[in-house]
Design a protein around this ligand. Sequence first.
Ligand SMILES: [Zn+2]
Length: 155
Amino acid sequence: MKESDRKRLHDLAGGRCTICRMPASEVPLQEAHIVSAKADGPRGDDPLPLNQRDTYENTLLACANCHHGIIDKDVEQWPVARLHAVKAEHERWVRRLNEPVSELSGNVNVRATGGDDVAGFRARRPTLVKPGTNINVDATGVRRVTGVEIGGSDG
Ligand SMILES: [Zn+2]
């Protein structure tokens, strides 16, 4: 696989198994072929040409258990289309993990015990607080409570 493809694969998977999401710090991760590199390997009968199988598009990051014990063991349950869908969903999940909060809605509960000055919610970047958002601050014994403080940049 090209070095740029390898880097992209590892970066977009967030260093986690695509199937069980275990992090690389807990389990070694492998580059697993979606369509096997060999014609007689798992899903190897796919029409994808042999010389186009060692690519970012045709691989996903998985732990040994998920790679050999699940997706390559039961190819009926794990066809090419499902693996592509699971990989795309995993990469979306990783992107969301890395996004800072920029919108609040629903109920936000903040509990603060002690302290002179407590902000229930402090945003460090422009944040949309949607109409109907409830910010409940439970801060008994605190001298000053700010429910929402937008634009604080220290701390
Ligand atoms: Zn796994």
